[in-house]
Design a protein around this ligand. Sequence first.
Ligand code: ATP
Ligand code: MG
Length: 326
Amino acid sequence: MSRIFSGIQPSGELHIGNYLGAVRNWVRLQHQHPSIICVVDYHAITVSYDPEQLRVRRRDMALSLLAAGIDPNIATLFVQSTVPEHTELAWIFNTVAPLGELERQTQFKEKSARQESVSAGLLTYPVLQAADILLYRADLVPVGEDQVQHLELSRVIARRWNAQFAGGQDFFPEPQPLLTPARRIMGLDGQAKMSKSLGNTVGLLETPEQIWAKLRPAVTDPKRVKRTDPGTPEVCNIYHLHKALSPAATVEHVAVQCSTAGWGCIDCKKVLHESMLAELVPIQTRAKALRANPRTVDDVLASGTAKCSRMARETMTVVRERMGIT
Ligand code: ATP
Ligand code: MG
């Protein structure tokens, strides 16, 4: 049976882009496949960060994932740095990863353009990601669209390692991405994809008032200047959020009201606000309960580490043997 692995950086709070592009899929798929979900803190240190804040965010991210519906009775949740084999395999994969392809990665180009000083870790980020996935020999990786290119590289690395060290056998599978229809949620400013590191997010645990304060000024169809101008739903970020969050009948109604100027953008946003809260309130209620019982998160993470450590050791025994390292 296919095994799922996916990760998220503790680089800020869990937002609706992460949720609609990836996390909601993890929650659905955990019932169909053995699933490993990882808070990837070694990835989060590839750009400048505050160590004290990282400690807090790592825990908050684990709590948010549980609140969002990751069920520790069926899925495995753990923190990357508690299983050191991730970095060992990453080093090994550094020796088979093609440098030219690393330099061509869009995320590297975008993130390095925002950094004063670019670390080698930012360049080799996808190598660590390949190690994360292949350490558990996972073959399905539910992610947002921005990770598809990284997964191509994971497949190159798996192929190269298999060819050099496994006599061409598929010791490592070639992991495939799994996307949702909401594979790329834009930030509310309409400028770039919603990202923790860009500060253009709607957090899953924000209050209704905070969310409305962000939704109200959000960019819509730029050609809809006056209230009476008909809009084009497909070019509007708010419409795409409706498609991910509102019931089908509401989505249809929104499209008609927008394209006939029946509603103004504020009317449309009010309905989206309601749909968003319907999805987020149960998550926020679970988050509150988890905060009241902090031991729950620690226990889940500890058992995740124990299970993943066992699996990681098994993989590394084979890898070291094949590579003449032991
Ligand atoms: P950072 O800005 O630190 O890179 P991020 O918001 O991009 O943070 P990641 O931890 O890099 O979040 O990614 C976690 C998962 O969320 C990945 O599967 C990624 O593809 C997905 N994801 C991130 N942003 C979006 C988005 N705007 N739309 C859909 N999916 C997204
Ligand atoms: Mg990202």
